[in-house]
Design a protein around this ligand. Sequence first.
Ligand SMILES: Cc1cc2nc3c(=O)[nH]c(=O)nc-3n(C[C@H](O)[C@H](O)[C@H](O)COP(=O)(O)OP(=O)(O)OC[C@H]3O[C@@H](n4cnc5c(N)ncnc54)[C@H](O)[C@@H]3O)c2cc1C
Length: 392
Amino acid sequence: MAGIIVHPEKIISYADIENLCPFGAIEVFPDQTVQINAGCRLCKVCVRKGPEGVFEYREEVISAANKAEWQGITVYGEICPDKTVHPVAYELLGKARELADKVGCKVCLLLIGNHLNQNLEDFFHYGADTIFLYDHPILEDFQVERYAGIMEDYVAKQKPSVILIGGTPSGRSLAPRIAARLKTGLTADCTQLDMQPNSDLDQIRPAFGGNIMAHIRTPYHRPQFATVRYKIFSAMEPDLSRKGDLIFCALPEKLQCRSRQLEIGIKPKIKNIEDMDILVVAGRGIKKKEDLALLRRLSERLGGDLACTRPLIEAGWMDARKQIGLSGRTVKPKLLIACGISGSVQFAAGIKASEMIISINTDPDAAINQIANIAVIGDLYSVIPALLEKLG
Ligand SMILES: Cc1cc2nc3c(=O)[nH]c(=O)nc-3n(C[C@H](O)[C@H](O)[C@H](O)COP(=O)(O)OP(=O)(O)OC[C@H]3O[C@@H](n4cnc5c(N)ncnc54)[C@H](O)[C@@H]3O)c2cc1C
């Protein structure tokens, strides 16, 4: 980090400095204190053109973390309102195990909640070496300030090199809060992860609307935080011979929480598109909202669900939870039938891990055909009725 430092003792005339900054970042207050506000672009005009010695550009010397002190990969296992561990934790354990085996380090699972001591051996089978439990009645429900305090305590005591957090609504609120507290980096929604021998995490994610893949590293700071959405990675095959250590952690002495929880309501459980084995997906090849009934019939006939591309959400034709893609959900079904979809990078980002993709499109050059296992070139209004007839 760099910044502009003001040396007030060298100021002779305040009139000389007030209008010096082209971005209006120099503020002179009535008591004649001078501050550089957030408008500063570090252009250094004040240093070059201002009165001598008043403004100084200073580069902050980065003190790099001693990487040898920070060891292993920790996966945060989010406890859902129904008290189960969110399945993204199994996927993160699978990826953590792969990376840990590559560089020879440990995989830990961090659980925060109440009455957690049940069926924990499962996590050893799925890749954890050690489970750390913060188990206490005040941790019954997710409260971000309190949970961030716990994670800070965990980091101070265990010094993990990497922390992986599921890109769920609560994971997304916890991860930036704790990364900012610890003044370290966080990469959200990673789609690939790798690890250097020196424990630097390669964090890869789409950027600029999915048009480029950004490679991000945190070379000076520890721990390294990354969030990953559900269904991006795969859990490992359970190894029933794996065993591990269970460590109960004491609550930190000071655990601040300024918010008060008044009530918790559990939403009725609905089948999310991420959980479906078969998806029929509607794109802008559908001419009107009523025609979605045709695709819905196909999805019901196959025992799946109907999802869609973003333009259909924008048109108000379907519920936003049904959108697949970069700004929607990532899915990994056994069978996905893409109907009237061009295959933009933003949409394709959400379906790449599907086992079998069939596209139905009138355009033989549509990009979706490049990622489809089977490309049916034809009008969905004739292909789908024919398919339904065959299915009986
Ligand atoms: C930052 C950003 C994030 C985005 N996130 C997402 C996202 O999460 N999800 C998403 O879907 N989009 C997203 N988009 C939008 C994306 O760029 C595309 O505009 C969108 O995916 C196109 O949807 P589509 O394929 O349904 O429509 P189109 O691109 O219009 O394609 C329609 C296709 O239907 C075919 N077709 C037409 N009639 C028929 C017919 N009768 N039978 C068969 N085929 C037919 C056409 O040949 C064409 O290929 C995002 C864009 C940006 C900039």
